[in-house]
Design a protein around this ligand. Structure first.
Ligand code: BGC
Length: 720
């Protein structure tokens, strides 16, 4: 273990001073995960000023503009799929006991990063192997202790956490007391989801079993070992003289009643797992590194000439790779990529539109988990449709693990129905990119049931018009409208997809069904005027012009937080790309002139209050050959999580934006055509002037390609 190894600045994030103002931000940035288990980057000992057991009621507000609690630090240990029931927020991902806990006392003083004796503090997360380092000097009453921490979640041992510690007395002499622990006094968004907590601590083992109010049971075991691999008591007391070093390893394991492969492990099985892990020594790290290397080989992007962009892209790829569980399609990637509690661990349209492409074109087997999740949750989607009085399947705006609607706010839950069409788009996209016919056959029930929902949900007006009334488009600042162009287009497309898929799979449908799908799709398209500037919805022009000058004085904060909802809902202000999602997703369907006109019309109204907005505009600007704007908007997307000043990742990283950044490079600057628009990887590069070259790999229809771009030339080589 050596913190001082040279880090490649493009492959790590470093924190160079401990300051409580930024602690919570770095907890999000430094999140680690094995897919199965996810942990925020908190200090082992916590922060004395941040009580983690505080009880309060988080209200179902608009997450973009609310002021969250826990200003300084928020622990987070999550097993995707382990959820609890909150009286206001509905189902939420449960923050589990804090198994990283290690309390250190030196000469009677308890370690806290805010002590005046802490110096030379540095933390660093290495994206290439997912290891988090912490290094600091601690001046105690009678000595100087050099402290080094390293921890990681080995990908090959997904339920294990490895923490290594080294305490070296650099001068004087010091009495150190180290206590291993698992802290069960934690809440999720201020709520206690634990119905039962049993803690145990005999013979060097720290264990706990907790039961959530949703009926899941979680077992955790944690043990401390010396450098010879010998089990130590939960408390280690030692007097160190100058030059002496105490090295310890803490290993922990988690198992839950939801576990698939090995099942719900007993304490003895977990102890055997930890014993095996300690015996493997450094090989545990090396195997973890090798697994990460395999993922990076497929997903890595190399930008020559721009270290800042390289770092931000690497940061995004790291979090995307960490947050997907390669072995379980009962969960997808939640809106914060399991690095915080905002959005309560729910799944959104982000899955299909922002996240799926990254996995699909780099690791299709990971993408499959996301689309299978929607097949798994079809019963939930059918229950939603029924609850709203419709046949078929209506995918939830905010999905629970079972697919039922969890959005605590009626505006989005009731009206943001485009998600049902986005799900079908994702299924078709996966099928086309992976060429996986068996998957398509398995997905047919989703296609048929969502189609049934649309056939009932559309409104057939006298005179024959087919409309979609009472919807909210991607722009959540127009609360309720008719014929939102994005929703109509996506619903129409999903009906067409269903018709194609039924024909392709030779699946019998009731007489007239396929014709009905096609006619309804055509009717929905006819209800929008596609010539010139595409109208966001009926009567968009009648909304009042927003007075941004007066009403939005502080441009560094969201517009939505500075005006009343009443004002917001009646003016033309846009939260994020809405109409413009269409030319971004389907560039072939729109002329350059049409895209330019719509861009120029909507851009001045767009607040980018949502992190899902800037990158879409950047991609469109590349295609419109507006290089300066493309670059500025790309920069804006990079800053969402990486700007320390903005502290965007405090409540968890914006994982959709991470997927968006990857798209910004590959679909934007590299100009890759979506595979549903071409048969082989096709690129129209337009690199930022200072990028000397760009290279990456993509997978299409089961084949891998290596792509190298220099200037406007792309070289594509098939990799055997
Ligand atoms: C955006 C949605 C998005 C959600 C989760 C909201 O602020 O408006 O489009 O799905 O965040 O990322």
């Amino acid at each position: 273990m050596n913190y001082l190894k040279p880090f490649d600045p493009a492959y790590c994030v470093e924190e160079e001073r401990n300051c409580r103002r930024y602690t919570k931000y770095y907890e999000g940035v430094f999140a680690q995960g094995s897919g199965y288990l996810q942990i925020r980057g908190s200090y082992e000992e916590g922060l004395a000023c941040a009580d983690q057991g505080e009880l309060y009621m988080r209200m179902p507000a608009n997450v973009t503009i609310e002021k969250p609690r826990h200003p300084y630090s928020k622990w987070g240990v999550y097993v995707p799929g382990v959820t609890g029931i909150h009286p206001m927020l509905k189902e939420e991902l449960v923050n589990l006991p804090y198994l990283l806990k290690l309390d250190v006392t030196a000469d009677g003083e308890k370690l806290d990063m805010e002590l005046p004796g802490i110096h030379n503090y540095r933390r660093c997360l290495d994206f290439r192997d997912g290891v988090l380092y912490r290094d600091f000097d601690w001046r105690t009453e009678s000595g100087l202790v050099r402290c080094q921490y390293r921890r990681f979640l080995p990908r090959q041992l997904k339920r294990v956490v490895v923490q290594e510690f080294s305490f070296q007395v650099a001068s004087g002499r010091c009495r150190l007391t180290i206590e291993n622990g698992i802290d069960c006094k934690v809440t999720t968004n201020g709520y206690n989801h634990f119905k039962k907590v049993e803690e145990s601590g005999e013979a060097g083992r720290r264990g706990c079993v907790v039961q959530t109010d949703n009926g899941d049971s979680i077992r955790m075991l944690s043990m401390l070992f010396d450098s010879q691999g010998k089990v130590l008591g939960p408390v280690v007391d030692s007097v160190l003289r100058e030059g002496e070093t105490l090295k310890l390893t803490k290993l922990s394991a988690v198992s839950t009643s939801r576990d698939l492969d090995a099942g719900y492990l007993e304490f003895d099985q977990m102890e055997a797992l930890l014993a095996e892990t300690i015996n493997r020594g450094e090989r545990v790290y090396l195997e973890n590194k090798a697994q990460w290397a395999r993922l990076w080989k497929r997903a890595g992007v190399s930008i020559v000439g721009d270290e800042t962009a390289q770092k931000a892209v690497n940061f995004s790829i790291y979090h995307l790779l960490r947050s997907v569980n390669p072995d379980d399609s009962r969960v997808a990637v939640c809106a914060k990529g399991y690095s915080g509690e905002a959005y309560f661990g729910h799944f959104f349209w982000d899955t299909e539109v922002y996240l799926l492409p990254f996995y699909l074109y780099t690791n299709p087997e990971l993408a499959k988990k996301l689309v299978e999740f929607r097949i798994q949750t079809l019963p939930g989607a059918m229950a939603n449709a029924k609850a709203y009085g419709y046949p078929g399947a209506r995918y939830p705006w905010e999905s629970s693990v079972s697919g039922e609607e969890q959005c605590p706010n009626w505006q989005y839950a009731d009206h943001e129905i485009h998600v049902t069409a986005d799900v079908v788009h994702g299924i078709w996209h996966y099928y086309q990119a992976a060429g996986d016919m068996e998957f398509l056959k398995n997905a047919l029930p989703v296609l048929k049931e969502t189609a049934r929902y649309w056939l009932a949900r559309v409104c057939r007006r006298p005179g024959g018009a087919v409309t979609l009334d009472g919807v909210m488009g991607p722009d959540e600042y127009i609360c309720l409208c008719n014929n939102n162009a994005y929703t109509n287009f996506m619903a129409a497309r999903s009906l067409e997809i269903t018709a194609w898929a039924l024909e392709l799979c030779g699946e019998a449908a009731e007489p007239g069904f396929i014709e009905d799908l096609r006619e309804t799709a055509q009717g929905l398209m006819n209800s929008v005027d596609w010539s010139g500037v595409i109208p966001q919805c009926d009567h968009f022009e009648d909304y009042e012009e927003p007075d941004f000058e007066t009403m939005w004085p502080d441009r560094s904060k969201p517009f939505g937080g500075q005006v009343s909802q009443e004002y917001n809902y009646r003016v033309k202000a846009l939260k994020q790309a809405d109409v413009l999602m269409l030319p971004y997703l389907f560039p072939e369907r729109f002329s350059a002139e049409q895209i330019r006109q719509s861009y120029d019309f909507y851009y001045p109204y767009t607040t980018h209050d949502s992190s899902l907005s800037a990158i879409i505009h950047s991609i469109l600007c590349v295609r419109l050959e507006r290089d300066r704007e493309a670059w500025e908007l790309f920069q804006r997307a990079l800053e969402i999580d990486l700007s320390e000043a903005k502290m965007g990742a405090a409540e968890g990283v914006h994982i959709a934006n991470c997927g968006g950044i990857w798209q910004g490079v590959i679909l934007g600057f590299a100009g890759m055509k979506w595979e549903y628009d071409c048969d082989q990887p096709t690129f129209y590069p337009r690199l930022p002037k200072h990028w000397k070259s760009l290279s990456f790999s993509v997978c299409m229809k089961g084949e891998f390609y290596r792509v190298s771009i220099c200037g406007d030339q792309a070289h594509v080589i098939k990799v055997e």
